[in-house]
Design a protein around this ligand. Structure first.
Ligand code: CP3
Length: 353
């Protein structure tokens, strides 16, 4: 299928496609028994991320169950620091799974030891995954678009500096306040590595790219400007110089609150992801009309299902009708999500009139 015929890509191009295209963050994952079986077969989560055949397989799994309009590359956000040479392993990350644990990078010497120029080459298995997914989509799911992704610089820096999530990244936040020059050095390498990593994904077959700034909401307003808006805008300029002015880009400044309209105006992305704390009616009113929106059903409502799910979905649909929009959650699907609730959601969105 011609790229312009994929509903997801048309929406990112500024068309008010209706019913809207839908995909779900973490659509491949632990709520699916076939995902858990494949991870076991791979021998662990990091092993899965470095196995192109099995990473492609888990990317396809949700597409076989649900009529989704996009697939997202199956890999993990800390794979970029890993490709820059930072030590990475997965440990128990809470009650329900594994979380990334990195060897913290906190001083100039540790930063100088990173190898941003080698990141795209070291990430070769991930690029192999991208090309396998794209080939499989063209063969079996011709209307489905492939999204590549990376963490945005601030969120990647949070994991690199603190080494793990779950505690609010106190060391990264303190560095942003007390030693911005040191954090700038890390961002310099991150911009170089992120550009190369994302361009390599596009060259391997990704048709859109998403920048996850999951921890954008931890910063005060000046910090949001300095560490979210400015570096993401710089990365977008670099990507546009390499991939052309129209390459579909999605930014997701999660929990960015009042800062999100400025992000949408100035970062230069085609679409902005909205988290579930934003009211869909207010969000639609405060965002520039040319920018597509993506979101923002509360993952907990998807777990609850039933009338609550139907009502919340209907509210988002009526708020977004008439503008370029991609239906999604406000954050990832959680492992306790019943599969039938996902089917019901997709059916309701596809029936929107
Ligand atoms: O379907 C998809 O969305 C595909 C792949 C994907 C994963 N992680 C797989 C994954 C994507 C796009 C990500 C992005 C990611 N990873 C982000 C940004 C989005 C967000 O969630 O805020 C972040 C911050 C990470 C880092 C990360 N990876 C954490 C904090 C955790 C542990 C918490 C959790 O949800 O398990 C992971 C592990 C992870 N990444 C899993 C998956 C499927 C679970 C691993 C397992 O199978 O146990």
């Amino acid at each position: 299928m011609n790229a312009v015929d994929k509903p997801f890509l048309r929406a990112l191009g500024g068309e008010a496609v209706w019913p809207p295209p839908i995909w779900l963050m973490r659509q491949a994952g632990r709520y699916l028994p076939e995902y858990r079986a494949t991870k076991e077969r791979a021998g662990g989560f990091l092993e899965l991320c470095l196995n192109p055949e099995l990473s492609a397989e888990v990317t396809f799994q949700p597409l076989r169950r649900f009529a989704l309009d996009a697939a997202i590359l199956f890999t993990d956000l800390p794979m970029l620091p890993w490709a820059m040479g930072q030590g990475l392993r997965y440990g128990q990350g809470g009650a329900d799974g594994v979380g990334p644990i990195l060897e913290p990078v906190r001083d100039a010497a540790a930063m100088a030891a990173l190898k941003p120029a080698e990141a795209a080459r070291r990430a070769a298995p991930i690029m192999e995954t991208v090309s396998r997914i794209r080939a499989g989509l063209e063969r079996d799911h011709p209307g489905v678009a492939l999204i590549g992704f990376a963490g945005a610089p601030w969120t990647v820096a949070c994991y690199m500096i603190d080494g793990r999530g779950g505690h609010g990244f106190p060391v990264a936040r303190r560095m942003a306040e007390e030693d911005p020059a040191l954090l700038d050095r890390l961002f310099e390498g991150l911009l170089e590595a992120s550009e190369a990593y994302l361009v390599a994904q596009a060259e391997a077959g990704a048709e859109a790219l998403m920048l996850f700034d999951s921890w954008a909401g931890l910063l005060p307003p000046e910090g949001f400007e300095r560490w979210v808006i400015e570096p993401t805008a710089a990365l977008v300029r670099r990507l546009r110089a390499r991939l052309g002015p129209d390459f579909p880009l999605i930014g997701f400044p999660r929990l960015g609150g009042d800062g999100i309209p400025a992000y949408a105006e100035r970062v230069g992305v085609n679409a902005v992801g909205l988290d579930e704390t934003l009211d869909p009616v207010e969000a639609a009113a405060m965002m520039p009309p040319g920018v597509a929106l993506q979101g923002n059903l509360d993952s907990k409502v998807l777990v609850a299902g039933g009338e609550a799910l139907e009502a919340a979905t209907g509210r988002i649909l009526s708020a977004m009708k008439g503008r370029p929009f991609v239906f999604n959650l406000g954050h990832g699907i959680t492992p306790d999500t019943p599969i039938e609730h996902v089917s019901a959601l997709v059916t309701q969105v596809k029936a929107a009139r």
